[in-house]
Design a binder for this molecule. Sequence first.
Ligand code: NAD
Length: 260
Amino acid sequence: MRNSLSLDGKVVVQIGGSGLLGRAMARDLAAVGANLVIASRNPANVADAVAAGRQAGHIISAESVDITDEKSVAALIQAVQSKHGRVDGMVFNAVSRPMGGAASPLEGWRESMRVNADGLYLCLQLFADAMAAQPAGGSIVNLSSMMGMVGPNPANYEGTTMGTVPDYFFHKAGMIQLTRYYASLYGLKKVRVNAVSPGGIFNPEKPQADAFLARYNKMTMLGRMADAPEISGAVVFLLSDASTYVTATNIPVDGGYTAK
Ligand SMILES: NC(=O)c1ccc[n+]([C@@H]2O[C@H](COP(=O)([O-])OP(=O)(O)OC[C@H]3O[C@@H](n4cnc5c(N)ncnc54)[C@H](O)[C@@H]3O)[C@@H](O)[C@H]2O)c1
């Protein structure tokens, strides 16, 4: 079991690595043995993560990608295959948040569609095809959210400047369903496709408002928000050989929020 949970020698591409979750996940995937390629719009944004990983003896590199451009995603896959021989895992962690609030102009919604829907579609389609052409197949993990599973609770945000945006709920729910779609289409080709749905993540660099934390924490069974590294375990499991019979699932990592 210890061996099957390791990512030793697996070539994993993580799309989006500069955010709160992406930085923790990249560190953890590389630490459990992945040959990790962080794909970022601007690789300079993840240069520190690559340097720190290498310093710690991990195998980690960066490639550039624009997930809204089919040629760019295809070029990423080709670069990874020619440098590393294959691609065993892909973690879709990118997200764009262009809408300022509930009643934002249509432009924000359209920009969200362009990155979050088009980008997800291109990455799923092209990575699934690339993995299907390999004898060993592969594993895809989509970072969704508990906000793709339940509606917003406006009471959580009362008395703060925080709030929710409609596109996020739309894309995160759609991502869970698209996960099932691709899992069903590619299962016989040994490509597994799963989702992980984190709950709210505490941001130590820019802590959420006290009034929000007081209410949100009570909505979870564990009485607190997640710390970013607490999301990595489910992602490692789904990329690893410990989950070879797991596909089309969505694992909430939300402290029990969506089960209440
Ligand atoms: N932060 C949370 O509380 C939380 C909770 C639940 C789920 N999630 C999910 O986890 C994932 C990561 O969240 P985060 O908070 O670290 O996000 P973030 O906004 O901090 O980072 C998002 C990443 O996406 C990348 N990105 C954006 N547009 C891109 C593009 N066109 N091409 C390539 N990369 C692009 C950014 O560079 C960045 O690395 C997202 O899918 C998010 O929905 C986050």
